[in-house]
Ligand binder design. Structure first.
Ligand SMILES: NC(=O)c1ccc[n+]([C@@H]2O[C@H](COP(=O)([O-])OP(=O)(O)OC[C@H]3O[C@@H](n4cnc5c(N)ncnc54)[C@H](OP(=O)(O)O)[C@@H]3O)[C@@H](O)[C@H]2O)c1
Length: 284
């Protein structure tokens, strides 16, 4: 298959590079800026064509990956639709976790089969994307004809493919935001507390890694330790006092400690009196 990529960014280049290494032909890559195409060329070499014209990709490729930012996907589709290109039998997919394949929907009226292909992974830069893609689960969704191509690409580029229903896309993405993006926000929140005593995250990485390892082995419920699950109301009261003037941290602490309290209740680690005392302390 002739693969084309629109959007020479982190995901587009990492995906192109990985597929090329697995023997796929990356025919053409388009982007808005020459600098992005130069970067793509460093990873994909001179066998691919590079262009500032998205329509050239729709013309030359039979499988088109739209790897632009989410907000640009519909614009790329609208541009191809308005140009009136025949897309009969072509497969067009995007790599957004938040949107379903319908984000490309004018193009099915031109004969294209549509899909979405989301590597459940974080790509802060191209090299780390290339490094982690092979161990990544790729969630796919779309028309049956598109899915047969996406299954092949996902099996080649990632660890496995997982089929997702269109209507589950938002909850799927929300799950990823909770466990990945908001985890970073939580650690950033914790850093602000550390700054008060002039320490940073460095000595905390071993405990963070051990927690993630435990979670992977036994799930979050049975990995929870700390004052809530032990019913140490005095410790929690001292934490809340120490966050004087740190309203954001207090809000996060209370909210997540209430979740921890529900977990402790589920595990049956606390007496009814301990639960009542903690609930009183943690109410917002
Ligand atoms: N980063 C992640 O962690 C991650 C993980 C999984 C999935 N995704 C998804 O993958 C997609 C790409 O994300 P990314 O992080 O790779 O973004 P990115 O690094 O910002 O790259 C997007 C690229 O698209 C190009 N572009 C934007 N509008 C365009 C247009 N109208 N025509 C042609 N090219 C255009 C930009 O090129 P120029 O530089 O030329 O302007 C930019 O380099 C998004 O849908 C995102 O949700 C991202």
């Amino acid at each position: 298959m002739n693969i084309g990529i629109i959007g020479a960014g982190k995901v587009g280049i990492a995906l192109g590079r990985t597929l090329k290494a697995r023997g796929f032909h990356i025919a053409v890559i388009a982007s808005r800026r020459t600098a992005s195409l130069d970067e793509a060329r460093r990873y994909l070499g001179d066998e691919s064509a590079y262009t500032l014209d998205n329509l050239a990709v729709f013309d030359a490729a039979d499988v088109v990956a739209v790897t632009t930012q989410d907000r640009e996907i519909r614009k790329v589709a609208d541009e191809a639709f308005a140009a009136g290109l025949p897309l009969d039998g072509k497969v067009v997919f995007h790599t957004s976790g938040a949107h379903a394949s319908t984000e490309l929907s004018p193009l099915d009226r031109k004969g294209a089969f549509l899909g979405s292909f989301h590597p459940l992974q974080t790509f802060p830069d191209i090299d780390s994307g290339v490094a982690v893609l092979p161990e990544t689960s790729i969630f796919i969704e779309g028309d049956e004809k598109a899915l047969s191509v996406l299954r092949t690409l996902a099996s080649a580029a990632g660890r496995e493919w997982v089929l997702l229903a269109k209507e589950h896309k938002v909850l799927y993405h929300l799950s990823a935001v909770f466990v990945c993006n908001l985890l970073a926000a939580l650690l950033h929140s914790g850093e602000a507390i550390m700054k008060r005593i002039d320490i940073d995250l460095t000595p905390f990485y071993p405990i963070i890694r051990a927690t993630l390892k435990n979670i992977e082995a036994k799930g979050p419920l049975f990995s929870l330790t700390g004052p809530v699950v032990r019913g140490d109301a005095g410790t929690i009261a001292s934490h809340l006092d120490a966050m004087d003037g740190m309203e954001r941290q207090k809000e996060v602490y209370r909210s997540l400690s209430r979740v921890a309290l529900e977990m402790a209740e589920e595990r049956g680690t606390l007496t009814a009196e301990q639960i009542a005392a903690l609930k009183a302390l943690l109410k917002g």
